[in-house]
Design a protein around this ligand. Structure first.
Ligand code: HEM
Length: 128
């Protein structure tokens, strides 16, 4: 539960970071900081938490197909997608920051998907 609340808090910080996009450098630094927080939370939850991690639970699910936990599978799907979209946004954001303003429409488009998927991650985290 504590980790789910921290996860939701990082999401709120991401929303704040997005709201600051007109102040380019502040936006970029806030988003990079949120990425580091997201990665740190993932590492702590997967490797240092005493109860079985989501991935361990998912592997158990695969081994016992009959009682598949659909929400867990969806949650892991969201989490993997979030990581992919982080990379997409870090790369395109850095290019925009370096003067390639032609990349901005793609950055804005993927931002919407990122926020949708990240919200899905927060909601399903409370459900598993
Ligand atoms: C998931 C992470 C991110 C999200 C959701 C996000 C979202 C956004 C959004 C919604 C905009 C406004 C687009 C528009 O005005 O059409 C924007 C602009 C921008 N972003 Fe990001 N961003 C993210 C990460 C980053 C990162 C990591 C960097 C840099 C390293 C960055 C650099 C920029 C720059 C330079 C702009 C243009 C600012 C402006 O002139 O308005 N972004 N971002």
């Amino acid at each position: 539960m504590l980790y789910d609340i921290i996860n939701a808090a990082i999401f709120l910080l991401i929303l704040f970071g997005v709201s600051q996009h007109h102040r380019r450098l502040r936006h970029a630094n806030l988003m990079r900081f949120c990425f580091v927080l997201d990665l740190a939370l993932l590492v702590v939850v997967e490797f240092f938490r005493d109860k079985p991690s989501a991935v361990v639970k998912a592997m158990d699910t695969v081994a016992h197909v009959a009682d598949t936990n659909v929400i867990l599978v969806i949650h892991i799907g969201f989490s993997v997608l979030v990581l992919v979209l982080w990379v997409v946004q870090l790369v395109s954001g850095t290019k925009v920051l370096n003067g390639q303003s032609g990349r901005l429409p793609m950055h804005a488009m993927w931002a919407k998907w990122f926020l949708l998927v990240r919200a899905g991650n927060v909601i399903t985290a409370f459900m598993v």
